[in-house]
Design a protein around this ligand. Structure first.
Ligand code: KG4
Ligand code: ZN
Length: 370
């Protein structure tokens, strides 16, 4: 028997207030078809831009001001009324506590008032399950999750089991993009700004460090990269009181190339691990998270995967950066499998996807995210 549900997703864990409506057809506990009816994202770039990074208090306030409006917009765009929603799915961690509280409290009130079921979702699971939202990618598959707060290689075994096989020991790559942009006087978020500048620069102009590159594992480190770039900037400023456009472009190109080289080297190791663990199934790798919106990083991963006999599934740009469609989808998967848990409905600033993997953050330096 075929059934269908309409899911409202709500995301407010960092600096995007997002709402989305999905329609999902399913047989028993397996979805057979999913369509994104609407996906609304209000970014807070103009609020945080002058600070060069997210200011948690300002982010929380902006979320509470925009949540109802984003839900209304998502319903309007999907042309359905709130009463037609069958399930509400909200990000309950990891992330900034103020934003998580706003989203979870808002969703609880909505679910209570409408008498609808509510599921709390791990934001990272939202990113990691996006390949299934766009492509019905079969389990298990390999994911490189690269965002503003996280960087991990994951084997996605099913909708609630994720095995981490490596990740950053300090900064996240998006964080490194953002901090580098700040050093160079570029706008926040730094990723898209650096990508634009990199197109105009010489990627061989500066040699930047690639820590851990020769270790035969999937761990990475980015904090030294940003520090080395700061040093190169200071050196350039000795000869000129302001950085020339050419210098900025060359630094951006060199930074992006170094980042890409690190991902390529470590993805090769991750693909070997995956192949050894699952020799007899189709091999699939996906790149997800905000940094996956970077064209050079996307194309280099595609090329590498091709050489390793892997299929690549890379979401379109708007589903790489934060959005609520991925949250609606991840919540629907837990709901269908009856794996939703009341415990997931409390805001959890820290919430590792793989609870068995030891913390990597702190093995490099004490970071703010795990
Ligand atoms: O996944 P996301 O939207 O939010 C988090 O969960 O962190 O990722 C945001 C990060 C920011 O650090 C931003 O600079 C980076 O993704 N980003 C990019 C690009 N677009 C966004 N980094 C590199 N190249 C891009 N085109
Ligand atoms: Zn994210």
């Amino acid at each position: 028997m075929k059934n269908s549900i309409k899911v409202l997703g709500i995301e407010s864990s960092c600096d995007d207030t997002a709402a989305s409506v999905l329609s999902l057809e399913y047989n028993q506990d397996q979805y057979s078809k999913v369509s994104i009816r609407s996906s609304i994202v209000f970014d807070q770039n103009s609020i945080h831009s002058s600070f060069g990074g997210v200011v948690p208090e300002l982010a929380a306030r902006a979320h509470s001001e925009k949540l109802d409006f984003s839900v209304e917009s998502a319903l309007e765009k999907a042309r359905i009324s709130i009463n037609e929603i069958d399930l509400i799915s909200v990000t309950s961690g990891p992330g900034l506590i103020g934003g998580l509280l706003s989203g979870v409290m808002f969703s609880k009130a909505l679910a209570l008032g409408l008498n609808k079921p509510l599921v709390g979702v791990n934001h990272l699971a939202g990113h990691a399950l996006t390949p299934r939202l766009i492509d019905q990618t079969p389990f298990p598959y390999l994911v490189l999750l690269v965002s503003g707060g996280h960087c991990q290689f994951l084997i996605v075994e099913n909708e609630s089991n994720f095995k981490r096989i490596g990740g950053t020991i300090d900064d996240a790559p998006g964080e490194a993009f953002d901090k580098t942009a700040k050093i160079l006087g570029l706008n926040y978020p730094g990723g898209p700004e650096i990508e634009k500048r990199a197109l105009l620069g010489n990627s061989e102009a500066y040699e930047l460090p690639k820590p851990l590159i020769s270790q035969n594992n999937c761990n990475m480190s980015f904090s030294g990269l940003k520090t080395a770039l700061r040093r190169e900037t200071e050196k350039a400023l000795v000869y000129n009181p302001i950085l020339s456009e050419d210098t900025i472009n060359d630094l951006c190109a060199s930074f992006q190339k170094t980042m890409k080289d690190i991902f390529v080297t470590k993805s090769a190791i991750a693909m070997s691990i995956f192949k050894n663990s699952y020799p007899k199934i189709p091999h699939i790798i996906s790149l997800v998270g905000g940094v996956a919106a970077n064209t050079e990083i996307r194309s280099s991963l595609k090329q590498l995967a091709y050489m390793f006999g892997f299929k690549t599934v890379i979401p379109p740009f708007h589903l790489c950066t934060d959005n609520a469609a991925m949250i609606a989808f991840a919540g629907s998967q837990l709901f269908l499998k009856s794996k939703e848990s009341k415990d997931n409905l409390r805001p959890r600033p820290r919430w590792p996807l793989d609870k068995t993997a030891p913390s990597l953050i702190g093995s490099g330096k004490r970071g703010r995210k795990s």
